[in-house]
Design a protein around this ligand. Structure first.
Ligand SMILES: NC(=O)c1ccc[n+]([C@@H]2O[C@H](COP(=O)([O-])OP(=O)(O)OC[C@H]3O[C@@H](n4cnc5c(N)ncnc54)[C@H](O)[C@@H]3O)[C@@H](O)[C@H]2O)c1
Length: 677
């Protein structure tokens, strides 16, 4: 086989997109760059990595690019193919500006470009959207090929993508997904960070996080709603705030103003409280400040708490950024015996040793430098810092703060840093950790178990008026069946005033199965009536049935099945079978490789009756798959929801009979034999 035969057998290829090797692009100073990633390849493996990357490139450019790719690998730990990075600004343009044979093909290009928009993405040059490592593709060659495939895609074809790499387009049928994506799925024996890092350097694995690799990220707005609901409900559950009141006069302290964590200050303010957030990277504080999501920036813990208490006493909602390390802020609060109501953390602890967590004592720049120059020392400093962080939280909790893990694997990272006392059993995480995660205490029982999750939509026309019309339509669809519906109603009613849109015209709205189906059908009708342009609906993977992770989404599943990853897999498969436009399955997500399997979807509303059918089947399944699992685990709110579903739909969820625990305990006490008979 020679390269001419190979090239002649492909219509979509890099040299068709670039007749000449493009000139090397400039890097605009001030745009955040990903730190060097772990590079552990041997000489032989390095050859393999280069050979792998050159698979995308015609032979005539191999000489130039082999050297360039090697330089990228040695200095960045990955091959990004910077040369192929588009020179013009990438952003989610109105759908009419994209080429493509299908609406879906054009719609998905909007989503990709939105995920890589400089205003949206964390490290746009390295194709990372959020969560430190959450990538849309591994390299720019994949970006171009996928975009070309989407242009060429027909109504009876499916594009298949594995860790950013397009396998190609294959004949399917009009009601099959147009695109199926997997990211970072590894064989169990190798499913750990070390092997993943090797695979990523070799160019065969991508970390999709959740909506980054699933192309459904809509900026930090996506998490503002979830964080708002979490804080509000934490206040109700733990601080005794009545259901009709907000967090006025309460102080929430946390860290991180990055991709997702950036929502914390804004969410605290929407909930009426005071948010004090530590952040070591000034550029991220600046982004949030310019957006109006942070009101004041302070440099010392003293200033931070003085201002925070002033606002607490005046009951003024305020978002304060402390430019510095969270450990310094918390140790100060402990030393001065300061009262904190709600306490959390949203540094990127799912990946502490690769830049996600800045050790106390280092500035952000020093952290980047040390990561590159002395990884061993960096790792030691991370462990020392996490221990101090843990001790400060422990002290503050003993003084009345309610601490919850915010799904970033903080407690697992503390354990890995050498603190077994953070485990419930004092030894290992098998029985969980001493503090609850927000899913265990709040989001699981109050939202997910009923089916409420982060439903979202993007107005593909790019028109603000379409967003306004969809907001109004969604508002009209909400029946106030439960108190959660009232919160969601208030959210969408005020959403425009929150000024949340960054990137495409998108909206997040927590809804249960009934609400999602109702709203989607209404939107599709509006598209049909030409009241609005086409709409992409989807959700965060962090949802009722989207993710299996004992460290987060399924932390409140206690029948022993929280180590199983079958719910997310079934939800993904069921979404494919029922014709979602896009179906996605990933390893990792918010808590790290090997710790979660998560999936998502996208559905283009084109106004057709065919799509009405998909909404009624797929969208309902997407939530009810999760309800079935949660009900089978005996979660009371899911059981009630499943009973209601069985009585009001043609579906039947298998429901668990409930056993008398005391009877069982007494039986086992009498008859138990260690190791069995
Ligand atoms: N709970 C959820 O719903 C949810 C959703 C998304 C992400 N997450 C998790 O939250 C974490 C953060 O996500 P993100 O997208 O914001 O990541 P990110 O990397 O964009 O932001 C984290 C921020 O923390 C800052 N930081 C790191 N160490 C610090 C320290 N010691 N003190 C102060 N600031 C520090 C970083 O500079 C960065 O800006 C991730 O682990 C992610 O998986 C949780």
């Amino acid at each position: 086989m020679n390269n001419k035969t190979i090239s002649d057998a492909m219509k979509i290829k890099l040299e068709e997109i670039f007749p000449e090797l493009p000139s090397y692009p400039e890097f605009v100073p001030g745009i955040r760059r990903a730190p060097k990633r772990e590079f552990v390849l041997s000489e032989k493996e390095t050859v393999l990595a280069l050979k792998n990357a050159l698979r995308y490139v015609p032979e005539k450019w191999h000489g130039v690019l082999a050297e360039e790719f090697l330089e990228e690998l040695l200095t960045r730990g990955r091959i990004y193919g910077y040369r192929f990075r588009p020179k013009e600004r990438i952003y989610g343009k109105p759908i009419d500006e994209y080429r493509g044979r299908t609406l879906a093909g054009r719609a998905l290009q909007v989503m990709i470009d939105n995920n890589l928009d400089i205003d949206v993405a964390l490290y746009p040059y390295e194709l990372v959207t959020y969560g430190e490592t959450g990538a849309v593709f591994q390299n720019w060659m994949q970006y171009w090929l996928v975009k070309r495939y989407l242009e060429e895609l027909e109504e009876d074809q499916t594009l298949v993508i594995a860790s950013g790499h397009p396998f190609g387009i294959f004949k399917s049928h009009p009601t099959a997904p147009r695109v199926i994506i997997t990211n970072g799925l590894m064989v169990g024996l190798y499913d750990d960070l070390e092997n993943w890092n090797r695979a990523a350097s070799l160019g065969v694995a991508s970390y999709g996080q959740m909506t980054a690799g699933g192309w459904m990220y809509i900026g930090p707005q996506g998490i503002v709603h979830g964080t708002y609901s979490t804080l509000l409900n934490a206040g109700r559950e733990k601080l005794g705030i009545p259901r009709d009141k907000n967090l006025a006069g309460k102080l929430f302290v946390s860290s991180g103003l990055g991709g997702m964590s950036g929502a914390q200050g804004k969410a605290a303010v929407i909930a009426g409280g005071v948010g004090l957030i530590a952040e070591v990277d000034y550029s991220r504080i600046k982004t949030r400040y310019e957006q109006g999501w942070i009101h004041t920036i302070v440099d010392t813990p003293e200033e931070a708490f003085n201002l925070a208490y002033k606002c607490v006493h005046e009951k003024t909602a305020r978002a304060i950024a402390y430019f510095g390390n969270i450990v310094n802020l918390l140790e100060y609060a402990d030393r001065k015996n300061l009262k904190i109501d709600l306490l959390s953390d949203q540094t990127s602890c799912h990946n502490v040793y690769d830049g996600g967590y800045c050790p106390v004592g280092l500035t952000y720049e020093e952290r980047t430098e040390m990561l590159r120059e002395n990884k061993t020392r960096f790792t030691q400093l991370v462990d020392i810092s996490l221990k101090r962080h843990y001790l400060a939280i422990k002290a503050l909790v003993s003084k009345g703060a309610y601490f919850f893990d915010y799904g970033n694997s903080f407690m697992k990272a503390v354990y890995d840093a050498g603190v077994p006392e953070i485990c419930r059993n004092g030894k290992n995480p098998d029985e969980g950790f001493i503090w609850p995660s927000y899913v265990e205490d709040i989001m699981g029982p109050i939202l997910f178990d009923y089916g409420y999750g982060p439903f979202r939509w993007v107005c593909l026309s790019g028109k603000d008026e379409d967003l306004e019309k969809t907001d109004q339509a969604a508002l009209a669809c909400i029946d106030k069946r439960r108190f959660q519906d009232l919160d969601n109603y208030n959210w969408i009613k005020n959403s425009r005033d929150y000024n949340l849109v960054v990137g495409t015209k998108a909206r997040i709205l927590y809804q249960d199965a009934v609400g999602r189906v109702k709203i989607a059908l209404r939107f599709n009708e509006m598209v049909r009536n030409k009241e609005i342009g086409p709409v992409m609906i989807g959700r965060d993977h962090h949802d009722v049935g989207g993710t299996d992770s004992p460290f987060r989404e399924t932390a409140n599943i206690r029948d022993g099945s929280n180590i199983m990853a079958e719910m997310a897999t079934h939800v993904f498969a069921g979404n494919c079978a029922r014709g979602m436009t896009l179906a996605v399955l990933h390893n990792g997500g918010g808590v790290g490789i090997g710790k979660a399997i998560n999936g998502g979807f996208g559905l283009v509303l084109d106004g057709s009756e065919r799509v009405d059918g998909i909404i009624k089947t797929a969208l309902a399944w997407d939530v009810n798959g999760g309800i079935a699992r949660r009900a089978w685990a005996r979660n009371p709110n899911s059981l009630a929801t499943a009973v209601e579903h069985n009585l009001n739909s043609g579906d039947q969820i298998t429901l668990p009979y409930l056993a008398d625990e005391e009877m069982l305990a007494s039986l086992v006490r009498r008859k138990y034999v260690p190791g069995g008979k």
